[in-house]
Design a protein around this ligand. Structure first.
Ligand SMILES: NC(=O)c1ccc[n+]([C@@H]2O[C@H](COP(=O)([O-])OP(=O)(O)OC[C@H]3O[C@@H](n4cnc5c(N)ncnc54)[C@H](OP(=O)(O)O)[C@@H]3O)[C@@H](O)[C@H]2O)c1
Length: 340
């Protein structure tokens, strides 16, 4: 019998996830039915937002039941098809999960990989959901304007690094990133072209350091970290400043009771600050245009991205858990199959 492999949730996570929360399973290789096709995944991603489904309680996404495969993005090749639009051999990116194969119908988050001189794995990285989150978070949610002074948190991650680089490319007066290692800060001010970077783990007074970089206030806060960071930056926002809540990586591991509230609310009135959360899939119709532009930027070397590659589906839990310890330097992708 032909087989596939997948990683399932073995027990609910408490606090930061550990590899023991997950199990590797072998299952029968599924066959596509009428209208469906099967994707043999080559690369799968690990994403911090996945954590929000792993505690057993609903958040903005429904809780994942025990024993079910973990969500994630995949890029691979159609290897069996009953759907004329996706014949065998088509390269696609999709929400395939932590699996070697997935059955797709052509609906939901799925697309054909466009011809472009970029690695296949980029389509679940800077040209996948992280890049799109950066694009729509900065452009549509934060309503970026030329001349804005921009602060990005978790800035060396795939979302943050892309958000800062797009802001620079679109004419920001200043882009400052916050990250948790000197090597990450060096990447931001070097290759990624940020104007400055702050290591929040070694800063003696992070708020004062941020304030020093923004004498006229922060026009855009692109936050990937969570409420404590938002509380810290709110009093530093400029008049008509905008905050995009992209992610809450520091809060995903906390219970609702442990999660800090937003308390520094006066600037909402005094400085007319706007705060808005992002769900990138709200902008799905506009993805192709954004991807085309970002693919050109990436191919021409104007958009930089770091990728960390792991080998074998069994490595997925370890790759995922490291995201919550700051171990990743850019997008983490796991090779689960061959491209040919
Ligand atoms: N809204 C949407 O539609 C959408 C879509 C996709 C992703 N997202 C969100 O976007 C954010 C960024 O995603 P990403 O893929 O680029 O991941 P990422 O920023 O690389 O996330 C991992 C990094 O987060 C930082 N981190 C981990 N725990 C932390 C803590 N307790 N406090 C502060 N920083 C911590 C670490 O970097 P340091 O070493 O710098 O601390 C770590 O390397 C995530 O929160 C994700 O959920 C949102």
């Amino acid at each position: 019998m032909a087989e596939m492999q997948q990683i399932v949730l073995k027990r609910y996570c408490e606090g930061p996830p550990v590899p023991e929360d997950f199990a590797l399973e072998t299952a029968a290789l599924p066959e596509p039915k009428e209208g469906q096709f099967r994707v043999a995944h080559v690369w799968c991603s690990v994403d911090p937002g996945t954590r929000s489904r792993l505690s057993g309680g609903d958040s903005y996404a429904m809780a994942l039941p025990l024993g079910k495969p973990i969500d994630g993005f995949s890029v691979g090749v159609v290897d069996a098809s009953q759907n004329e639009a996706f014949p065998v051999g088509t390269k696609v990116f999709c929400a395939g999960g932590w699996k070697t194969h997935s059955i797709q119908s052509g609906r939901g988050f799925i697309g054909k990989v466009p011809e472009a001189p970029v690695p296949l794995s980029a389509w679940i990285g800077v040209l996948g959901v992280p890049g799109l989150t950066a694009w729509f978070g900065m452009k549509t949610v934060a309503k970026f304007k030329e001349g804005d002074a921009v602060l990005v948190t978790s800035a060396a991650g795939p979302v943050g690094a892309t958000a800062g680089q797009l802001a620079k490319a679109w004419g920001a007066s200043k882009v400052v990133g916050i990250a948790g290692a000197d090597s990450k800060c060096e990447f931001l001010t070097g290759e990624a072209g940020f104007d400055a970077a702050i290591n929040y783990k070694t800063a003696s007074d992070l708020t004062a350091d941020i304030a020093e970089h923004f004498p006229k206030g922060v026009d855009v806060l692109f936050d990937n970290v969570g409420n404590e960071m938002v509380n810290r930056v709110l009093p530093l926002m400029a008049l008509n400043g905008r905050i995009c809540i992209s992610g809450q990586v520091a809060d995903y591991n906390l219970t609702p009771e442990e999660t800090p509230g937003i308390i520094n609310t006066k600037p909402f009135i005094t400085h007319r600050v706007n705060i808005q959360g992002l769900v990138v899939f709200d902008f799905a119709r506009e993805f192709p245009e954004a991807l085309q532009t970002m693919a050109s930027l990436l191919a021409s070397g104007k958009l930089k991205s770091n990728e960390e590659r792991f080998d074998g589906i069994a490595a997925m839990p370890k790759a995922f858990c490291g995201l919550f310890r700051g171990e990743n330097f850019g997008r983490r992708v796991v090779k689960v199959g061959e491209e040919a």
